[in-house]
Design a binder for this molecule. Structure first.
Ligand code: SAJ
Length: 410
């Protein structure tokens, strides 16, 4: 069997490597020559624990190779990004381009699977495209959708152990796609149709977004009501049927901050809660930026000089190096573009940044008059509480000391 992956990014590369590591022949395709070159040397271009060694072994053993061009294969997987276009419209052009490059190579009995997060109906649309251009393949190939659901940082474990939802255009397609995933998935495989599988992915991430929005809304209320939101949530969660997530500086990443819009853009009248949750989570980042700006103004009025301001964290969530759609980075941009001042930017998970000069977290914490914790990185939790600075703890580093969702001293 020969398996072909179109897209060797955060999901395509680990999945391709896991399949190749099982001793299956894998051909990986990417449009970026540097990615292709890097993988063929047995190296990787993304940060993911454990990935480097299985890519190296699979490439060296001859099971995995990368290329700029697709070839004939038995199973084809499309694992490319689906970004926004315009305001909140999903852009499926990469999925369509990938499908088009495969068109001349498809042959009877092939299995064509889309993993890219996609609006409902995309798999049907791609099948229609294939059968319009290659009508002789109708009824001869198997077409399915199977969303990825792995957590960055724990990808290799979750690729194997998570349950998967697999939606074929017909029952034979579902069954064929399930046979493929049985090669490397130890979790349960659940068969359904393509539309339900597409919606399932969007639902999972929207569900988390709505739950985080509830926590963020509570943090805004508690800030006004003089209540420590962290303590409140801990106490409420002692109820056997309550499980509130954590507030933060907003919701980032390329999944949860993006996917709910795919539902809202197609079903705007029906998706009011999902839409509002997105707005609340985006607003939370704006609110944090405003709080920092106000603290700077207050400091100036009180002390007659510019404060030293430390912005702690740029990543989209704790303990990773990924800055995509990061609320922390948005806050840093917003604060620094408007207010003149002495800023120290901290991100312990990256060595350097194209725009900001990075400062060691201990030095930045000690030198600052105002400290804004934007991400709950583990390094920050080792810092001692400071009475002589203004601490804006949006990430819950000092949960017990916090009087409110954020706090202000000095
Ligand atoms: N966040 C909070 N409070 C919380 C939990 C998270 O503010 O209590 C924030 C994080 O700081 C981050 C954002 O939410 O900014 C998203 O982080 P995350 O850890 O919830 O999720 P991702 O984006 O890393 O991965 C998600 C996962 N989806 C779900 O948990 C439903 C993952 O399983 C998906 O595979 C991934 O999206 C994806 O690729 O779609």
């Amino acid at each position: 069997m020969l398996v072909q992956f179109i897209g060797l990014g955060y999901i395509g590369l680990p999945t391709a490597a896991v399949v190749a590591f099982k001793g299956v022949q894998v051909h990986g395709v990417d449009i970026n020559p540097r990615v292709v070159e890097c993988i063929n040397k047995g190296e990787i271009h993304i940060v993911e624990p454990g990935l480097g060694s299985i890519v190296k072994e699979s490439v060296n053993a001859g099971y995995f190779n990368a290329s700029l061009t697709p070839i004939e294969a038995d199973v084809h997987l499309v694992v490319v990004p689906t970004p926004f276009q315009g305001v909140h419209e999903p852009d499926v052009s990469y999925v369509e381009d990938a499908t088009r490059t495969l068109l001349p190579l498809l042959k009877p009995s092939d299995t064509f699977i889309i993993e890219s997060t996609s609006p409902v109906g995309t798999t049907e649309q791609m099948a229609a495209l294939i059968f319009r251009e290659r009508p002789e393949l109708e009824g001869e190939i198997f077409v399915a959708y199977c969303p990825e659901r792995v957590l960055p940082g724990n990808v290799l474990h979750e690729l194997v152990h998570n349950d998967r939802v697999i939606g074929g255009l017909d029952e034979d397609s579902t069954e064929r796609a399930m046979e493929f995933y049985r090669l490397f998935v130890q979790g349960e495989l659940y068969g359904t149709n393509a539309r339900t599988a597409e919606m399932c992915k969007l639902t999972e991430n929207s569900s988390r977004d709505v739950q985080i929005a509830f926590a963020n809304e509570l943090s805004l209320i508690c800030d006004r009501a003089d209540i420590n939101v962290w303590e409140l949530i801990t106490l409420a969660n002692r109820h056997p049927r309550v499980n509130i997530l954590q507030p933060g500086s907003g919701v980032g990443g390329h999944c949860i901050a993006v996917d709910p819009w795919f539902i809202v853009s197609d079903y705007p009248r029906e998706s009011r809660l999902i839409n509002t949750a997105r707005e609340i989570n985006n607003y939370k980042a704006f609110w944090c930026a405003e709080k920092i700006k106000n603290a700077i103004l207050e400091f100036r009025l009180k002390h007659g000089r510019q404060p030293v301001v430390s912005l702690m964290g740029l990543a989209f969530k704790p303990d990773i190096d990924d800055l995509r759609e990061s609320p922390a980075r948005y806050i840093a941009q917003k604060v620094m573009q408007r207010e003149q001042g002495d800023y120290l930017v901290v991100e312990p998970n990256i060595d350097s940044h194209g725009v900001y000069r990075l400062t060691d977290y201990r030095e930045a914490y000690q030198r600052a008059d105002i400290v804004a914790f934007l991400v709950a990185h583990r390094e920050f939790k080792s810092l001692e509480w400071r009475e002589d600075a203004v601490l804006l703890d949006f990430a819950g580093i000092f949960k017990r000391q916090a009087v409110q969702g954020f706090m202000s001293h000095a």
